[in-house]
Each structure stands twice: as structure tokens, then as C-alpha cells.
Write a new protein. Structure first.
Length: 305
């Protein structure tokens, strides 16, 4: 009898151990499956990476929504059918919980489709290294629109955003510069938006360049030089007017006959555009003179001989 009882206890222990092993295996399997199901959206990251550029703008959602509503109600009520909430969600979905160095043009396509709107012919104004001047000009002259004067550009101008694979999915501390990785959220956004802005241009288009830059007014590496120039449609654009602006009293590094401008003209001519280049386009120069009215460059007229 004692032998039989011992055998029974052994069997009970064996059954118990097997049960425990099976339970543990089931728990491990459940954890692995849960990890696999959520891996694409919530990757485990030991800590948020430190980048060299500023982090996501605080209260980004409120900033984007506020600008969107202001644009479609106060500035361009004809765009009142735009859904600002959907626009914000599509922007957020483009970068949240994503590696900020692996953003693609496709990530922004839903946003582009939701926020794009027609650009009237003869109004498109491109620029490079003239940000302050060109936007002061479009604020004073409603006949022209830069990318930053469109809904997309207006919402995104001077704000920053990037994601992180770990929770909360948005990095408010730092974002990567273009030099750290080219496929970062900001660089990809402006490339995609600039391409679309150029493709929409029609009639006469203008470009404002900086003739006081020693390295040359036209740079092949700029967004204008690498994207916008090559996405202008010769079947829609009749002429390209180049406004080469020099700082009042500043260095006059290049004129319309300069090396980089001639390179730009050559690129445009190869694409069958008509080109007009003007040094210090007077309406823009007068705006420059508001800050320096007594300078000789700002005289309204000169004595004739």
C-alpha cells in the first residue's frame, strides 16, 4: 500500500508540473503575440534619441488647427469646405510613432490631398534665400502667393514636428536636422509641398533670389534649384520672371549676367521657358527702402543730364 500511495503522489506531482509548464508556455506565447501585433506602432525604444534640431512645437495640434481655421475663415472663405480636423489627423498620422529618419513622400499624400487648393495663374512666387523680404512683399501685395501663403505652407511655416517609435510617439525635445538624415519629417514635407506648388503654377511665374550672397544667387542644392525648377510645367507656364534682389547698401555679389543666374537661365531655356531677369525689381526694392529711405539706392529719381 505505501508503494502504491507513493506512485500516486509522484503522478500527481508530474501532472502538476506539466500543468505549470503548459500554463507558463501559454503566457509566454500570449506575450510574444501581443508584442508582434503592436510592434509596428509601438516599437520598444530604450530612450528617445537626441537630435540637433529643435523638438516638436509645443501645442502643435492647437497651432495647426488655429492656423487652418484662420486661413479658411478669415483669409480665404472660399476654402471653407476644408476639414481642419481631418487635415490635422493626416499630418499627425504622417509622423507619430515613426522613426524620424524614415519618413517618405507617401506618408504625406493624404495631407496633400486634403489641404491642396488651386493657385490662380500669374500669382506663383518662388524664392530662395529671400524669406523675410519675399513674405513682406506678399503681405503688402496680394497679387502674389508663395508656398507659405497657401494653406499647407501657412499651417507649417516655422513650426516643427517629429515622431519617435516609443511612447508618446512625438518627440518634443529634439528633431533631426537634414544633415543628420535627409528623410526627416520637415525636409520631406517641404519637398513634397514644394513639388506640388510648382506643378500647380500657371501663366507667368516669378522667383525672387538674393544677389548679395557670395556663393551665388541660384543654388542647385536649394529646394527651388533641385525641386521647383524641374516641376514647373512648360505647357502651363508661359514665362519665368527672375527678380534678383540685392541688399540695400549691402554687397552686390551677382547681377542677372552673373554665373549662377546664367546657369539657371540655361536650365529654364532647356525646358522651353521664356525668361526675363531684372536686377533689383523696383516694387520690391521700394519695400526694402522702407527700412533705409535715405540710402542712395532708394532715390525715387535721379537727375538727368
Amino acid at each position: 500500500m505505501p508503494l502504491q500511495q507513493g506512485s500516486a503522489r509522484t503522478r500527481q506531482r508530474t501532472v502538476l508540473l506539466v500543468g505549470i509548464v503548459v500554463l507558463l508556455a501559454a503566457l509566454v506565447l500570449a506575450v510574444v503575440l501581443a508584442s508582434l501585433l503592436t510592434h509596428g506602432r509601438h516599437e520598444v525604444s530604450p530612450k528617445m534619441l537626441k537630435w540637433q534640431d529643435r523638438g516638436t512645437t509645443k501645442n502643435l495640434q492647437e497651432v495647426i488647427l488655429g492656423r487652418c481655421y484662420n486661413y479658411i475663415t478669415a483669409q480665404y472663405p472660399e476654402l471653407g469646405d476644408k476639414d481642419c480636423l481631418k487635415i490635422w489627423e493626416s499630418l499627425k498620422d504622417a509622423f507619430i510613432y515613426k522613426n524620424p529618419c524614415n519618413i517618405t513622400a507617401e506618408d504625406y499624400q493624404p495631407l496633400m490631398e486634403l489641404a491642396s487648393h488651386p493657385i490662380p495663374c500669374n500669382k506663383s512666387l518662388f524664392w530662395s534665400k529671400t524669406s523675410d523680404l519675399v513674405h513682406r512683399y506678399t503681405k503688402s501685395n496680394q497679387n502674389f502667393l508663395t508656398l507659405e501663403d497657401t494653406l499647407l505652407g501657412y499651417m507649417a511655416d516655422r513650426v516643427s514636428w517629429c515622431g519617435d517609435p516609443s511612447a508618446p510617439g512625438i518627440n518634443y525635445e529634439s528633431c533631426p536636422k537634414r544633415s543628420e538624415c535627409e528623410s526627416n519629417p520637415s525636409s520631406v514635407f517641404w519637398k513634397v509641398a514644394s513639388k506640388m506648388f510648382a506643378e500647380a503654377a500657371c501663366g507667368v511665374v516669378q522667383v525672387m533670389l538674393n544677389g548679395s550672397i557670395e556663393a551665388g544667387a541660384f543654388r542647385s542644392s536649394s529646394i527651388f534649384g533641385s525641386i521647383e525648377v524641374f516641376n514647373l510645367n512648360p505647357d502651363k507656364v508661359s514665362e519665368v520672371h527672375i527678380w534678383l534682389m540685392q541688399d540695400i547698401g549691402g554687397p552686390q555679389s551677382e547681377s542677372c549676367s552673373g554665373h549662377s543666374i546664367q546657369r539657371l537661365i540655361s536650365i529654364l531655356e532647356e525646358r522651353n521657358f521664356k525668361i526675363i531677369c531684372e536686377d533689383n525689381y523696383r516694387p520690391v526694392q521700394l519695400l526694402q527702402c522702407v527700412h533705409n529711405p535715405d540710402h542712395t539706392d532708394c532715390r525715387l529719381c535721379t537727375n538727368s543730364t
